[in-house]
Design a protein around this ligand. Structure first.
Ligand code: RFL
Length: 390
């Protein structure tokens, strides 16, 4: 098959890119390893930034999100017996998150793609990507070879596209944090009203709204600890110990599902293109998983690349495509710096000498400044909510 743009991976990045290009009259082939049912069931992110929602809205890709998502503009920090509310939407000129599970957004995007005439190839793992420095790129999967003007790898951190680019071109920069996060989906007896971050001497714990019956919870654990060392009872005990405060107010946690460990690491490639091949989303950068930035950055990459490709095909202007890597890396590093700072605030240092209460007392001081009005909390609010435009 010959096409203008070939896309590997039908996650948020690949699907947004495919929808925008197809509607602009550019031919697209999108190839996904998993079945449609599997990608529509994969529960991951849930907080969509203000600027991402605005972009999706402007491209008529946010109907489901706006109809069924919930706007969310504050978060609570628990620490040393205090519960401090950070009303970030008020400080960011009304910019807020929308709570909408990633798998619902993915389902909506697949529907939109099909309505626009797209036919995604599901259950076709790409086994090889040919990424020449000059000339047309190609991908191969069972029963199909696609040759394209441009090929975009939206196939995540372990995808084949990033592996097909020369390591010296990507020049990855990586960082390993000295702890991991256990993550579970918890059934709750009523919706979690808002994001809760607990800083605690036993380590961080967090609770994020997802649906009326489900919350995503996180528990800081020692680096390289295995999920098998965390039976339900132990997870429940730690969530209780770290999230309960004298102020109470959190829903009861019922059955736990989808237990996994997030290895806390970041990798950012220093170059996101090579010849006609581009990287977007997790394939280009695995961000520190705090502040709910991964899916949002993935859509932001797709939005930039879609606009750049439209300019190339409609106006013959190649400058936007040539600047994609530099433009996105500037934004991505800004987001990474924010997430890295938030991780430092949330996680308890388990290695340092001295009294853990000293560390907690310091954290509380930062949190108090986030809860007050002033330039510190205003800057946090803008970055956290993703104020402004993509
Ligand atoms: P995705 O979503 O991983 O999609 C990549 C797609 O590529 C397919 N694929 C292939 N297809 C064909 N051939 C191959 N050889 C292929 N190899 C892979 C995969 O099957 C898949 O469908 O990447 P994308 O589009 O870049 O999107 C990135 C986001 O999914 C990711 O950053 C977020 O989920 C991260 N993340 C969160 N981000 C947020 O913005 N807010 C959050 O609240 C948030 N919470 C989370 C998260 C990630 C989590 N996990 C499990 C990693 C919570 C969790 C638990």
């Amino acid at each position: 098959v010959r096409t203008q743009v070939a896309i590997v991976g039908a996650g948020p990045a690949g699907l947004v890119l495919a929808c925008v290009l197809l509607r602009a009259g550019i031919s697209v082939e999108i190839v996904e390893r998993q079945t449609r049912e599997a990608v529509e069931r994969r529960a991951r992110a849930g907080l969509v930034e203000h600027r991402v929602v605005e972009y999706l809205r402007a491209h008529r890709l946010a109907d489901g999100l706006v109809a069924h998502g919930v706007r969310h503009g504050w978060c609570d920090f628990l620490g040393l017996g205090e519960r401090l509310r950070v009303d970030y939407a008020a400080r960011a000129g009304g910019a807020a998150h929308w709570v909408y599970p990633q798998q619902f957004l993915v389902r909506d995007l697949i529907d939109a793609l099909e309505t626009a005439g797209g036919r995604p190839h599901f259950a076709r793992p790409v086994t090889a990507v040919h990424a020449p420095a000059a000339g047309r790129p190609r991908l191969r999967c069972p029963g199909l070879v696609v040759e394209a003007d441009y090929l975009v790898g939206c196939d995540g951190q372990h995808g084949v596209t990033r592996a097909a680019l020369p390591a010296a071109v990507r020049d990855d920069l990586s960082h390993r944090y000295p702890y991991d996060w256990l993550t579970v989906l918890a059934e709750v007896d009523r919706p979690v009203e808002g994001v809760v971050y607990a800083v605690h001497e036993r380590g961080f714990a967090g609770m994020m709204p997802r649906t009326a019956q489900l919350a995503r919870c996180y528990v800081q654990i020692p680096a390289e600890d295995g999920a098998e060392r965390w039976p339900d009872e132990r997870v429940r005990r730690e969530l209780d110990a770290r999230l309960r405060t004298a102020h109470g107010g959190l829903p009861h946690i019922g059955r736990l599902t989808d237990i996994g460990v997030l290895r806390m690491r970041s990798t950012i490639s220093q170059r996101l293109c090579h010849g006609g091949v581009f990287l977007a989303g997790d394939a280009a950068h695995l961000l520190a998983p705090a502040g709910a930035k991964g899916m949002n950055a993935a859509v932001a990459d797709a939005a930039d690349l879609a606009d750049s490709l439209v300019r190339h095909y409609h106006d013959g202007d190649d400058a936007p495509l040539a600047g994609y890597s530099a433009r996105r890396l500037e934004q991505v590093w800004r987001v990474q710096a924010f997430s890295d700072w938030l991780l430092g605030l949330l996680n308890t240092s388990t290695t340092g000498a001295g009294d853990v209460r000293f560390d907690l007392r310091l954290k509380l001081e930062h949190i108090r400044r986030l809860a007050e009005t002033g330039p510190f909390s205003t800057d946090f609010a803008h970055q956290y909510a993703g104020a402004g435009e993509l």
